[in-house]
Structure formats: structure tokens, C-alpha cells
Ligand binder design. Structure first.
Ligand code: GLN
Length: 458
């Protein structure tokens, strides 16, 4: 990135352009006391609204938390601020990060800057749309099953889901704790590397964060690319993959060959079980994590309860939207006695098999290339009536969360209708440096990441 948007630029861009896009839920008040030095001094960052900030509300895109103000800031926010960054606003999302289109936000609609009739993807749709529309250079999202990578693909920007445990989840409102990771969105690999270098690392307040040294990801990114063995999973290029997406990803593979990579086909044999496994585990964990939103401990409280049970029932009935209720019910069912072994315990076993698929694959290659999504951004309203259809779009992204491995998405082309196409890269545990390195070298010889959407062009 040659030039950076200033805080003033970002505020102006949001005021002028966001009425069309709807990416930002709140612009935060200016705050004194930020250090003027540090690797991100003066750099504005937008943050998904399930990451707790002390300023403003942290709504999770839900009526339930519309008025919730956090008494503490997430570790990633503290780290960004001590690196000199300025948190300028909070971005829209599917309610409690459940969804792939941001249409499940209870608070606002977000549109895809490349085509305002299309969804921006989700659940970090606000963050991805904001980067695409040049409202900011940097954003944080969260990714439980693809929520950073999929909207990045739909909006033509870059997004990285780190290794599970690479980044502290302290202060991230939990959706599915064994899958959730916070990660960066930006326009290029350098932006991702700059953010990740600051937010990564062990945190005493998150026992699942890992005490693994944090490299300088910008330096890692700039190393030489070769020798590099790239694996192409046969299962990720099968039926259901859109032709234009396939063609762009295949062209990207050719580009990597030109850059000196050795390309081979690999197998991830349990891919057909990934969606079922993911949706059992994430709903089970969500049903437990969302029990705290009952109008007593957290969240919206109904105004005229008839008795005290009513406080719970009505508060939850009024506070949660349809998709969140559906998942709480699915998860409660999967965990209930009599069904636990058949569904939840079985899904955990399948998860182990999926993780082993990757361990085996990484004996034969250093990173895996695939499409991020089976199709480009879809029209608003197209899939909101069919939850299952929406879930199937997560086929290529959820495996990385189940296996805990890092994965990123970068732009690799456009459809004839000028919708962006995403290239996914997955690597072994803690291989973020390698993924960023490959992404950076690709971006040195391509310019898909530099294209600007028509909306609010200067
Ligand atoms: N689209 C997936 C889901 O609906 C992923 C969500 C996420 O990563 N937060 O669960």
C-alpha cells in the first residue's frame, strides 16, 4: 500500500460514501492519549462489532446487545492502540457472526460496493465492504467458519484467519469458542502482515492463546518465494464450482507455476463431511455461549414481563433474530441426552479425521490453493429464505477452522459481471508468514487487489 488514509480521510469517506454501502454501524468519538509512535502510529482501523471496545456500543449486529457498552476492551484493541492505531468505527455483521451475507444483521443493511444489489458476504460483511469502498485501509473481523475470508472474496479484498490460538479471543463475543479467531482485513498482503504482527501473541487472559514467538510478518512476507510446493485438493474443484471462479483460480495456479512453484494434486478425503461437522459443532457451542443473553446477566430485557420466567422467555424471543434462534435450537438438540452421541460426539470424531486430512496433505505440500467460495457474491434476498443453501456456500472455508489451521483469501480475478473472485490459501499450523509471503509475491505480479469498485469513486 503506497499511501495510507488518514483518520480525517476515513471520517470523511464514511460520511460521504457509507450511506450507500452501510458498512459502518458507529463512528467512535475522537480519543486523546493515543501514542504518536509505534508501528501503526496514526493509522485508522475499523473493527467488527463483536469485538469489545470501551468507546461506543458492542452490538454484535443484534437487538439483544444494541445498547450494550463493554466495561473493558478486547486484547486486540489494547494491542492496536498501544501500537499507535486509532479505532475509528465499528462495522456491521450478521447477528452474533452467524451468516454469510450480513443480511442477518438486525441493525442495518450492508451492500456489496461492486454491485449494490449483491450481498457483501458475511459475517464480517461490513469490514470487507468498508475496505473495498476505501472507507479504511485496515479492519478486524472474526472467522468461525469463513467470516473473514468469504466476505473478503465477495468484496475483492484480502482477509486472513490466523491459526487457532495465534490471536487472543479475550473480548471477542463468543460464537463457537473452539473455532473463533480474530483476524485482519486489508487491501493487500502487506496490510494483513502489518496488522497481524501487532495483534498476534500469547495473552494471559485467553488460555487458548499459544505461547509461540510472533515473527515480523512483513519481513516474512518479503522473503523469497521458492522452493514452494503447492497442493490442489481435488475435492475443492469438483461439482458445484462456478465456471468463472474455477477459471480464475486455475489462472492463479498458472501464475504460481510461473513464479517457480511446483504444483501437485492432493486429497482431502473427508471434505464431504465438512459442512455437517461444522454446523453441528458451531451450533452446539453457540447454544451454550448464547445462554448468557437472558435479560438478566446480559442483553435486552423485555419491558412488561408477567412473571419472572417471562423475563427469560420474552427477552430472548424479542432480542434474538430468526437465524440465531434456529442455531440455538439445533445446537441444543445436538447436545441433548439421547442425541449427544449420535450428533455432537460423532461430529467431534469427524473433526479429528478432517484435521488428519490436512496433516497428511502437508507432508506433500507447503500450502494449499483453492477457491474461497464456490460462487461469486449473490443477489440480496437470494438465499435468505433458504438457510441450507446459505450454509453450503461455506464448503471451502469451514475446514480450516475445524483443523485450526491458518487460511487467507486474496482477490484473483473478476466475473464478466465485474464481481470479485477470491483465491484461498491454507497452510500448516502457524504458517501465516508463509501464506502472506505467497500472497505478496502473487500481488507483485497481478493487480486484482488494486481495482476499485464503482461506488463512490473519487
Ligand atoms: N458462514 C458461517 C456461518 O454462518 C461462518 C460464520 C463465521 O465465520 N462467523 O456460521
Amino acid at each position: 500500500m503506497s499511501e495510507h488514509l488518514t483518520i480525517e480521510n476515513v471520517r470523511q469517506r464514511i460520511a460521504a460514501c457509507d450511506p450507500q454501502v452501510g458498512a459502518v454501524l458507529q463512528v467512535l468519538p475522537e480519543r486523546d492519549g493515543n501514542p504518536q509512535t509505534g508501528p501503526l502510529a496514526g493509522r485508522p482501523v475499523l473493527v467488527k462489532d463483536n469485538i469489545c471496545t470501551r468507546a461506543g456500543a458492542t452490538t454484535c449486529g443484534s437487538r439483544m446487545l444494541e445498547k450494550f457498552t463493554s466495561p473493558y476492551a478486547a486484547t486486540v484493541i489494547e494491542k492496536l492502540e498501544s501500537a499507535g492505531a486509532v479505532i475509528v468505527g465499528k462495522t456491521n455483521m450478521d447477528e452474533f457472526a452467524m451468516g454469510s451475507s450480513t443480511e442477518h444483521s438486525a441493525l442495518q443493511e450492508t451492500r456489496n460496493p461492486w454491485d449494490l444489489d449483491c450481498v457483501p458476504g458475511g459475517s464480517s460483511g461490513g469490514a470487507a465492504a468498508a475496505i473495498a469502498a476505501r472507507l479504511a485501509d485496515y479492519a478486524l473481523g472474526s472467522d468461525t467458519g469463513g467470516s473473514i475470508r468469504q466476505p473478503a472474496a465477495f468484496c475483492g479484498v484480502c482477509g486472513l484467519k490466523p491459526t487457532y490460538g495465534r490471536v487472543s479471543r479475550y473480548g471477542l463475543v463468543a460464537f463457537a469458542s473452539s473455532l473463533d479467531q480474530i483476524g485482519p482485513l486489508a487491501r493487500d498482503a502487506r496490510g494483513l502482515a502489518e496488522l497481524l504482527s501487532v495483534i498476534a501473541g500469547k495473552d494471559e487472559r485467553d488460555s487458548t492463546s499459544v505461547d509461540e514467538p510472533v515473527p515480523d510478518y512483513v519481513a516474512e512476507m518479503e522473503r523469497s518465494l521458492t522452493p514452494l510446493r503447492v497442493g490442489l485438493p481435488r475435492e475443492y474443484f469438483g461439482e458445484g464450482l462456478n465456471d468463472e471462479v474455477r477459471a480464475s483460480v486455475e489462472a492463479a495456479v498458472e501464475q504460481f507455476k510461473k513464479l517457480g512453484a511446483e504444483v501437485r494434486e492432493i486429497d482431502l478425503p473427508h471434505t464431504q463431511y465438512v459442512i455437517a461437522c461444522y454446523y453441528l459443532i458451531c451450533t452446539a457451542e453457540a447454544s451454550s455461549n448464547l445462554a448468557r443473553f437472558d435479560g438478566v446477566r446480559y442483553g435486552h430485557r423485555t419491558s412488561q414481563p408477567e412473571n419472572y420466567m417471562d423475563v427469560y422467555f420474552k427477552s430472548r424471543a424479542e432480542g434474538f433474530g430468526a437465524e440465531v434462534k434456529r442455531r440455538i435450537m439445533l445446537g441444543t438438540y445436538a447436545l441433548s441426552s439421547g442425541y449427544y452421541d449420535q450428533y455432537y460426539a460423532k461430529a467431534l470424531k469427524v473433526r479429528t479425521l478432517i484435521r488428519r486430512d490436512f496433516e497428511n496433505a502437508f507432508n506433500d505440500c507447503d500450502l494449499i490453493l483453492s477457491p474461497t467460495t464456490p460462487s461469486p457474491a449473490f443477489k440480496r434476498g437470494d438465499k435468505s429464505a433458504s438457510p441450507l443453501e446459505m450454509y453450503l456456500g461455506d464448503i471451502y472455508t469451514t475446514a480450516a477452522n475445524l483443523a485450526g489451521i491458518p487460511a487467507l483469501s486474496i482477490p484473483c480475478g473478476f466475473t464478466q459481471a465485474k464481481l470479485p473472485i477470491g483465491l484461498q490459501m491454507m497452510g500448516p499450523l502457524f504458517s501465516e508468514g508463509r501464506l502472506l509471503n505467497a500472497a505478496h509475491h502473487y500481488q507483485q505480479v497481478t493487480n486484482y487487489h488494486e481495482q476499485k469498485p464503482p461506488v463512490c469513486a473519487e
